[in-house]
Design a protein around this ligand. Structure first.
Ligand code: BJ8
Length: 427
């Protein structure tokens, strides 16, 4: 993405069926929020300029790229969950985009068709769709949902009424027969995607996709590794933004730019320079994913003088912490490896889910965290139910925890700041 003169994207948005007035309101609000949360930070790595640019063009240049790709016959697949393997989508010749949304928008329309007490993540993506403000879903030839939590599962029925939607069935446990079940579902997904793109998934296309996505994950792992240093070389907000943009951006370009960021962070670590004082309290956040533009908790922690050093969540370590073998010879062999890897993701929708508590404690140690914040969206039963297990495991390792249940609104920001400040003081 090279910088260019201001382009009028309105004809493209109109063609996509966006409601231009409502969309202007959304872009205005997100732009202001970005300025307040991101551009007020000091001493940011220079390589963050790329993500600033991506964010300034998030509904512009990137959408234009998707638009042009589709105009040449390409297909775009929208997803909401890590369990829909990006490697398979790419191997079928399609581009993959994340569709989770992180802003309170269109709730009136949503609450007419689903209960008020639905989590913000679901209400937000449905609100974006119903009020016609999300160009990513409009560019998605197919949306692939998944049977994770009950809310999402039922929301996809409603989404299916207004958008081309396919649902991947996920098991609820991780026994060998569950992995085999998921593996069989991946075969069905391959057929669906091949039908969409008219292309066959070959050993070569799958191997290439695995390498490309592994490279992206490796670049994010470098950022994670740099954050173990004291002082932290990058703010939690900036690092999390990289994890969020990973779901939207062109894979090769993003990997290249994140490796530049990795180079810069490693240099900062070598020089002993950081974005926060070495004695700033270091916090690991675990919980439900934080979709763009949900930066609320990170902003509160960092404006209170703490520093977020890691995210055990899907917009964080769960996305990049494991890689696939790159030497698979057959499609079958690679799909087996994909099934094994993806069933290793520790989402609270699975039972039991001890791997998550183990990861949280391991990460807190690796990242030299002073405390853990366990973050759940209101009405997210799976993550709220796991709070006790997280607290107990952390207490056994003498790591203090703070439990936060919230949503996307700014209403509780003052109250949360008070609780976070007290927590940081206690650490
Ligand atoms: S792998 S975390 S992306 S399901 S917050 S909608 S769980 S009620 S998002 Fe998730 Fe996949 Fe798991 Fe990750 Fe339901 Fe909870 Fe809402 Fe959630």
């Amino acid at each position: 993405m090279s910088e260019q003169a201001e382009v009028d994207y309105r004809p493209m948005w109109e063609e996509l069926g966006l409601d231009l007035e409502t969309h202007d309101a959304l872009l205005g609000a997100v732009g202001q929020l970005y300025t307040d949360v991101y551009l007020t930070q000091e001493d940011r790595p220079e390589a963050m300029g790329y993500l600033d640019f991506v964010m300034s063009e998030v509904h512009g240049l990137r959408i234009k790229e998707l638009h042009d790709f589709r105009a040449q016959g390409g297909k775009v697949v929208g997803t909401f969950c890590l369990y829909v393997p990006e490697e398979i989508v790419r191997a079928a010749g399609a581009w993959c985009v994340g569709l989770c949304a992180g802003a309170e928008f269109g709730y009136d329309a949503v609450e007419r068709i689903m209960p008020r007490n639905t989590c913000a993540l679901i209400k937000s993506f449905m609100g974006f769709k119903l009020t016609k403000v999300c160009p990513y879903i409009q560019e998605s030839d197919l949306v692939v949902g998944e049977t994770t939590c009950d809310g999402k599962k039922k929301a996809y029925e409603l989404l299916g009424e207004v958008h081309n939607t396919y649902v991947l069935e996920l098991p609820q446990m991780k026994r060998p027969q569950d992995v085999a079940f998921y593996r069989a579902e991946l075969d069905e997904l391959c057929i669906e995607l091949e039908h969409l793109t008219g292309k066959t998934i070959t050993a070569e296309s799958l191997r290439t996709a695995i390498r490309e996505v592994n490279d992206k994950r490796r670049a994010l792992q470098r950022i994670y590794a740099a954050r173990t240093a004291k002082p932290a070389p990058i703010s939690g907000k900036d690092a999390m933004l990289a994890g969020q943009v990973a779901f939207y951006d062109d894979v090769d370009r993003f990997t290249q730019m994140m490796n530049k960021l990795g180079d810069e962070l490693e240099q900062r670590v070598a020089d002993g320079s950081g974005v926060a004082p070495a004695n700033a309290k270091r916090v690991l956040i675990t919980g439900t994913p934080m979709a763009l533009p949900n930066w609320k908790l990170h902003d509160i922690v960092e404006k209170a003088g703490g520093i977020v050093v890691g995210e055990e969540m899907c917009t964080g370590s769960r996305y990049y912490d494991s890689l696939l073998p790159e030497d698979g010879e057959t499609v079958e062999e690679m799909l087996d490896a994909i099934a094994e890897k993806y069933m290793g993701i520790n989402c609270a929708c699975f039972t039991p889910n001890e791997g998550r508590t183990e990861d949280v404690v391991r990460m807190a140690r690796e990242l030299n965290a002073d405390g853990i914040i366990d973050y759940s969206l209101n009405f997210c039963t799976p993550y709220q139910m796991e709070a006790l297990a997280i607290e107990t495991a952390a207490a056994t390792s003498q790591i203090p925890t703070l439990k936060i249940d919230t949503d996307y609104s700014a209403e509780d920001a003052g109250q949360l700041s008070t609780r976070v400040e007290a927590f940081l003081e206690m650490l």
